[in-house]
Design a protein around this ligand. Structure first.
Ligand code: ADP
Length: 262
C-alpha cells in the first residue's frame, strides 16, 4: 500500500502544510516502489542471458553435443545472448542519462525526409530479407524542424526495427507531410498489433505485450521508452493506435523550426 496519507480536515495553513507533507510522502513512496520494480526488472533481464551463457558454455566445455552443427548452434546462442545483453546495457545507460537530464542534444535545422532516408537504408535489407515491402510517401518539400540528427535517426530506426520485429507479412509504410506549424511522420505496419488495453503501457520501461516473443526476437523492452523520451526532448509528440491482427501505427509530430512553443 503506497498511500500512507494521514487524514487532514482543517482548511487553514496547518491544513495545507499537512496536505503538502502527505503528497510528498505519497510521491516518495511511489518513487521507492518504482525504483524497486525497476531494479527487479533489470536483474531479471540480465539474469536470463547470463544463465544461457553459463549453461551453454558448460555444455561446450564438457563436450555434451553430438554433431558439429549442434556445437555451432550453441555458439550462436551464446553470441546472440551476449549481443542482447550489450544492447540492454546500452539502452539502460541511455535511459538513465535521459532521465537525469544529462543528454546533450546537438540541435540544428533538419529535413526529416533526409533523416528518414538514412534510417530506411539501415533496415531495408532486413525488411527485404523477411519478404516485407517498405513503402514511403515522403514529401520532400516539408519544412525543417529543429532537432538532433543522430537522435532523430535513432527514433526512426527504433520504430522501423519494431515494425520489422512484429510483422510477419505485408508491409511497412512511412508517411511524412506537414500541416501548418507541424511536420508529421507515420510509421505503420501490417503486423501482430497491440491489444487496446496495452496501448497506454507500451512506452513504459520493460513493458511488453508478450515477453517471450519480444525476447525471442531480440527485444530489450526499453526501445519505446527511449523513443518517447527522445521525442519529447525535441519538443515532439508520439501516439500509437493499433488493432490486433491488423497492424500498428505510430504517429509523430514535431514543430517546424522556429515555431516551438516556449
Ligand atoms: P521490445 O524491445 O520488447 O520491442 P519496445 O519498448 O520497443 O520493446 O516495445 C514494447 C512492446 O510494445 C513490445 O514488446 C511489443 O509488445 C510492443 N510493440 C512495439 N512496437 C510494436 C509494433 N510495431 N507492433 C506490435 N507490437 C509492438
Amino acid at each position: 500500500n503506497l498511500d500512507t496519507r494521514v487524514d487532514i480536515s482543517s482548511g487553514d495553513e496547518l491544513g495545507s502544510l499537512g496536505k503538502a507533507i502527505n503528497d510528498l510522502a505519497f510521491e516518495t513512496n511511489r518513487y521507492r516502489s518504482n525504483r524497486r520494480e525497476f531494479f527487479a526488472n533489470v536483474s531479471h533481464e540480465l539474469r536470463t542471458p547470463i544463465s544461457y551463457l553459463k549453461g551453454y558454455s558448460q555444455v561446450l566445455k564438457q563436450g555434451l553435443y553430438q554433431t558439429e552443427q549442434e556445437r555451432l548452434q550453441y555458439l550462436n546462442i551464446i553470441e546472440n545472448e551476449t549481443d542482447r545483453m550489450v544492447r540492454l546495457i546500452n539502452d539502460l545507460f541511455e535511459l538513465s542519462k535521459m532521465e537525469e537530464g544529462k543528454i546533450e542534444l546537438q540541435m540544428s535545422n533538419l529535413n526529416l525526409a533526409e533523416v528518414l532516408e538514412t534510417s530506411f537504408f539501415k533496415v531495408k535489407i532486413e525488411i527485404e530479407k523477411k519478404g516485407l515491402t517498405l513503402k514511403g510517401q515522403i514529401d520532400n518539400g516539408v519544412p525543417d524542424i529543429e532537432a538532433d540528427g543522430i537522435r532523430m535517426e535513432q527514433i526512426f530506426t527504433n520504430l522501423l526495427a519494431n515494425a520489422l520485429r512484429y510483422t510477419k507479412k505485408g508491409s511497412i509504410h512511412v508517411d511524412v507531410w506537414h500541416e501548418e506549424d507541424h511536420v508529421h511522420v507515420i510509421i505503420e505496419d501490417t503486423g501482430v498489433g497491440i491489444p487496446e488495453g496495452e496501448l497506454p503501457l507500451i512506452f513504459e520501461r520493460f513493458h511488453r505485450v508478450e515477453k517471450s516473443r519480444s525476447r525471442d526476437l531480440g527485444g530489450t523492452g526499453l526501445g519505446l521508452a527511449i523513443v518517447k523520451n527522445l521525442v519529447e526532448l525535441q519538443h515532439g509528440e508520439i501516439s500509437v493506435s493499433s488493432q490486433v491482427g491488423t497492424g500498428t501505427r505510430f504517429e509523430l509530430r514535431f514543430p517546424v523550426a522556429g515555431k516551438e512553443a516556449t
